[in-house]
Ligand binder design. Structure first.
Ligand code: MG
Length: 289
């Protein structure tokens, strides 16, 4: 008697392999983080420690899937992970890929919480995930531009505005410094464009948005980059870099033979102003080969 009379139920499990030779992006998103961030007293509009906890959880994902996930980008309560187009992890089964990434991320987020946050974790955070297949490098670049633009500008009117960092920055300036209620601040910002928000920030609160930390304006990009100073070899040793840089323009994605620019000097001891986080030209080059 081969198998058992019950084994047929397996036939109900549908194949869900992602298309071959496509770039896979898994985006995870915090569930109910508006309320979660209030309960956990995240500082507004940006809490650098909470963002760095997100980054640390994402680094755990990149280490777990080294050789498969080549780049990640995060802002606010979301993170996107890019799988190499040749990766055959889990035979490219979508449900396995999404669920494992979400669970490694969430586990690490909880595990690392007390290293980054002062207030004890009061309730279990959770994240959802989705997987999208992109056929060429063009769409992958556009995808990451879309996510970074979303954190940078208020232009993405199709997005719920509260996920937008410029919006958040003005919103919380109106509330915390301008003494408006949250409802009034939403009303003030209704129908305003990006330029209006910059104007309100500058004229009413003396804040130049473009001078705020790059962590807030550019989000965080994680990438495996060659360790500097190695002899040339076919498979260079790599290290995981955390960057707060522009990934919309070509500079990040294309290597030039120019000498690498000197690291920006910084006298700050804030982790997100460390010089090696603020520049990364060409580091994306191998990602889309
Ligand atoms: Mg969310």
């Amino acid at each position: 008697m081969a198998g058992s009379r019950y084994a047929y139920v397996r036939d109900f499990e549908l194949a869900d392999a992602a298309l071959p030779r496509t770039y896979l992006v898994v985006r995870i998103d915090g569930r109910g983080f508006h309320r979660f961030s209030q309960q956990q007293q995240f500082s507004k509009p940006n809490d650098p420690d909470a963002l760095e906890l997100m980054n640390e959880a994402a680094r755990a994902v990149l280490r777990e899937f080294k050789g498969h996930i080549t780049l990640a980008f995060g802002e606010s309560d979301e993170y996107s992970f890019l799988l190499d187009r040749d990766s055959n992890l889990y035979n490219r089964r979508q449900s396995k890929l999404v669920s494992h990434i979400v669970s490694v991320f969430t586990g690490a987020y909880v595990f690392m919480w007390s290293r980054y946050m002062r207030i004890p974790l009061e309730r279990p955070p959770s994240f959802d995930g989705r997987l999208v297949m992109y056929p060429t490098a063009r769409e992958v670049r556009d995808y990451f531009s879309w996510r970074q633009a979303d954190s940078t500008f208020a232009a993405a009117l199709t997005q719920p505005a509260h996920i937008n960092n410029l919006y958040n920055t003005v919103f919380w300036a109106l509330v915390l410094q301008g003494q408006q209620t949250e409802h009034e601040a939403h009303e003030t910002l209704k129908g305003t464009f990006s330029s209006d928000k910059h104007e309100i920030l500058y004229t009413r609160f003396g804040i130049n948005y473009d001078k705020l930390p790059a962590l807030y304006r550019k989000g965080t990009t994680l990438v495996w980059a060659p360790v500097p100073g190695q002899q040339p070899r076919s498979k260079p040793k790599t290290e995981l870099r955390s960057l707060h840089v522009d990934i919309i323009s070509d500079a990040f994605w294309m290597h030039t033979d120019d000498a690498p620019p000197a690291l920006p000097t910084s006298t700050s001891d804030l982790f997100y102003e460390a010089p090696d986080r603020l520049t990364g030209p060409g580091l994306g080059e191998r990602v889309l080969e």
